[in-house]
Write a protein that binds this ligand. Structure first.
Ligand code: AMP
Ligand code: MG
Length: 472
C-alpha cells in the first residue's frame, strides 16, 4: 500500500497527458533498493513480493497512482526543441516520506506515451543498470541526484542497433521538473501556466523563495553546488541539455555519463558530442548557459521590463562566484584543507596541471594523497615533490587533514569499464553478479576493502572505455 499525493497531476490541463504504463510480458526483479525504500517509508516486503513486481514493471497500477507523462521542451546541443516530454517514462505519482519530503515515483522504460514521437518508449537493460549504479553512487557520496528504487527486466526485447533485453527503472526524484519544463510554456507565450509552474516549484522545492527572481537565484545556487560535486568526482554528465537539468538541483538523466580515469580536463565520452560541448571542464559554463535559458523564461514573471532583464542577468551571473566557492571548498577538502584560503586555489591548480600533463588517474591520485603514495602516480617525481613540499607545509598545522581527505576522496567510483563489464555480463549471460558487487561496493565508496580492490583500479589499456552512448 502506497499513499500517493499527486500534486503535479492536480495542475490544470496542459502540463501533462494522462497515460498508463504498457504492461510487459514476463517481469523479473533485478534489484530492489532496500535502504531507499526504507528512507521513503515504503513497505520493502510488499515491493519485493509479487504485487510489488507488478507495479515496478508497469503491469499493475497501485491504488492512488495517477499515471501521467509530463510535457517539456529543451535546448539540445544549443538548438531549441519546443516539444519533447516524457517519451519513455511514466510518472506514477508522488509520495511524502516519513520526514515530510516529497518524491516522484517514475517508471523509466514504461512504454510509449503521446510524447514518444518515433521512439518505442522502452529502455534496454544497459542504460537501466548504468543509471541504477551511478545514481546510487552519487547519492552515497552526497551529490544531489535522482535515485533508483528498483530495476526489473521485462522479458521482452527492444530493438536498437541490435536486439537487446528490455528493462524498467523505477526512478525517484524530488521532482522531474526541468529547465525545459519552463521553456515549454515560455516558448508558447503561455504566461498563466508559466506562473502556475513557478508557483508549484516554489511551493515544492524553495518554499521560502519570495517570487520568480528568488526562485531563479535558488536554482542557480543549487546547480552551483551540484556541478561542483560533479567536478570533484571527475564526473561528466554528457548531455547537459536544458531538458536534462532539474530545477531542484538534482543530477538527472544518466545517459552517456562517465567518469574521468586518466585526468584530461577537456575529456568527452559521449558518441553524440562531437564538438565537446559537454566536456568535463565545460560543465560550469554550460550550467550558466542553461540557467540563462531559465532566466529568459522567468523574466515575464519578474515584470517583463528592462529592469527584470537586468535583475535576471545579475542572478545568472552570480553562478561563477558561487561555483568557484564550492569548487575551492571541495578541492581544498581533497587536499585535506577544511577551511580554505584564496591562495589554496593555486595549490589545487598546480596539482591538477601535473596530473593533466601525465594523465594521472583522477580518483587514484587523490585517494593516494591520503595514503602517502601519490608520488608513485607520477613519472616526473621531481615536479610532484616540489608541489608536495608546498602542500605538506600548508597542511602540517591542520590536525584534521587526513580525516578531511578521507571523506573527500572516494576509493571507488563507478569506473566506466566496470559498468560496461557488468552490462555485458547481464546482457550476454543473464549474469548480474558484477552488477550486484558494484552496487554494494559503490554504496561504501570510502572504506579500504581488499575484496573490492579490483573495483578501485583504473582500467588496463585494453579495458579503457573510449565512447559512451546515449543508450535509450
Ligand atoms: P534524453 O536523450 O533522455 O534526454 O531524451 C530526449 C527526448 O527523447 C525525451 O523527450 C525522451 O522522452 C525521448 N526519448 C528518448 N528515448 C526514447 C524512447 N526509447 N522512446 C520514446 N522517446 C524517447
Ligand atoms: Mg532526458
Amino acid at each position: 500500500m502506497i499513499h500517493f499525493d499527486n500534486s503535479y497531476a492536480r495542475l490544470p490541463e496542459g502540463f501533462f497527458t494522462r497515460t498508463a504504463p504498457t504492461p510487459v510480458r514476463d517481469p523479473a526483479l533485478i534489484a530492489l533498493n532496500l535502504p531507499l525504500a526504507s528512507r521513503l517509508g515504503l513497505d520493502a516486503d510488499w515491493l519485493a513480493g509479487p504485487e510489488g513486481l507488478q507495479m515496478l514493471s508497469g503491469n499493475v497500477l497501485p491504488q492512488g497512482a495517477e499515471p501521467i507523462a509530463q510535457a517539456y521542451a529543451g535546448h539540445q546541443f544549443g538548438g531549441f526543441s519546443p516539444q519533447l516530454g516524457d517519451g519513455r517514462a511514466v510518472l506514477l505519482g508522488e509520495i511524502v516520506a516519513p520526514d515530510g519530503a516529497r518524491f516522484d515515483i517514475q517508471l523509466k522504460g514504461a512504454g510509449p506515451t503521446p510524447f514518444s514521437r518515433r521512439g518505442d518508449g522502452r529502455a534496454w537493460l544497459g542504460p537501466v543498470l548504468r543509471e541504477y549504479l551511478v545514481s546510487e553512487f552519487m547519492a552515497a557520496f552526497g551529490v544531489p541526484t535522482t535515485r533508483a528504487l528498483a530495476a526489473v527486466t521485462t522479458g521482452e526485447t527492444v530493438i536498437r542497433e541490435t536486439v537487446l533485453p528490455g528493462a524498467v527503472l523505477t526512478r525517484i526524484a524530488a521532482s522531474h521538473i526541468r529547465v525545459g519544463t519552463f521553456e515549454f510554456y515560455a516558448a508558447r507565450g503561455d504566461r498563466e501556466r508559466l506562473r502556475l509552474l513557478a508557483e508549484h516549484v516554489i511551493a515544492r522545492h524553495y518554499p521560502d523563495a519570495s517570487g520568480a527572481a528568488d526562485l531563479l537565484q535558488r536554482v542557480v545556487e543549487a546547480q552551483a553546488y551540484t556541478i561542483s560535486c560533479w567536478m570533484g568526482l571527475g564526473f561528466i554528465h554528457g548531455v547537459m541539455n536544458t531538458d536534462n537539468m532539474s530545477v531542484s538541483g538534482e543530477t538527472i538523466d544518466y545517459g552517456p555519463c562517465a567518469f574521468i580515469d586518466g585526468y584530461q580536463p577537456d575529456k568527452v565520452f559521449s558518441s553524440i558530442d562531437a564538438q565537446g560541448r559537454y566536456a568535463w571542464n565545460e560543465q560550469p559554463r554550460i550550467a550558466v548557459w542553461n540557467l540563462a535559458q531559465l532566466a529568459s523564461c522567468l523574466v515575464p514573471l519578474m515584470g517583463n521590463d528592462d529592469e527584470a532583464v537586468t535583475e535576471a542577468t545579475r542572478i545568472v551571473h552570480s553562478f561563477p562566484e558561487l561555483y568557484q566557492r564550492e569548487w575551492l571548498r571541495r578541492f581544498g577538502a581533497k587536499l585535506g584543507i577544511a577551511a580554505t584560503r584564496p591562495d589554496d586555489r593555486e595549490l589545487v591548480e598546480r596539482l591538477l596541471n601535473l596530473m593533466a600533463a601525465e594523465r594521472a588517474d583522477f580518483t587514484t591520485t587523490f585517494a593516494a594523497l591520503g595514503d602517502g603514495t601519490a608520488r608513485d602516480q607520477f613519472v616526473d617525481r621531481a615536479a610532484f615533490d616540489a608541489w608536495a613540499a608546498d602542500w605538506q607545509a600548508r597542511i602540517a598545522p591542520l590536525s584534521d587533514a587526513p580525516e578531511v581527505m578521507a571523506r573527500a576522496n572516494p576509493r571507488r567510483i563507478p569506473r566506466n569499464h566496470r559498468i560496461e563489464q557488468a552490462i555485458a555480463a547481464a546482457r550476454d549471460e543473464g549474469d548480474f553478479t558484477l552488477f550486484h558487487r558494484l552496487d554494494a561496493a559503490l554504496r561504501d565508496p570510502f572504506a579500504d576493502r581488499p575484496e573490492w580492490e579490483d573495483l578501485s583500479r583504473p582500467p588496463e589499456p585494453d579495458e579503457i572505455v573510449q565512447r559512451t552512448f546515449c543508450g535509450t
